[in-house]
Write a protein that binds this ligand. Structure first.
Ligand SMILES: [Zn+2]
Length: 106
């Protein structure tokens, strides 16, 4: 019905979620960068790298939302479903185009 309006509302809600997620990642990195107590585990560098990677994705997504280009498929220019964006904030293609991307272009 009011497709554009509700889409905008969904993106606004998603933006709030992404900001919260970003803040959590910042906090997590701060904790990971503290000097280890009593010989902490060896998985910290991997976890920190993963968190930094996620943080980069989130920054990209937030910038795209502010530019108004977020959630639009780079392949077919359709709106990517909010559910898919929640799962994959850095997605730039809808699932259909992402699948097609695995095949060589015609
Ligand atoms: Zn597409």
């Amino acid at each position: 019905m009011t497709g554009v309006l509700s889409r905008q509302r969904e993106l606004d809600a998603l933006r709030v979620l992404l900001y919260e997620h970003r803040d959590r990642c910042h906090t997590q990195l701060r904790l990971l960068n503290q000097p280890p107590r009593d010989g902490a585990g060896t998985e910290q560098p991997a976890l920190a790298a993963l968190t930094r990677h996620r943080l980069r994705d989130l920054e990209h997504a937030l910038h795209a939302i502010d530019r108004g280009t977020y959630g639009v498929c780079a392949g077919c220019t359709a709106d990517i479903r909010i559910d898919d964006l929640l799962r994959q904030p850095a997605a730039t293609r809808c699932p259909g185009c992402a699948d097609a991307g695995h095949r060589p272009a015609v």
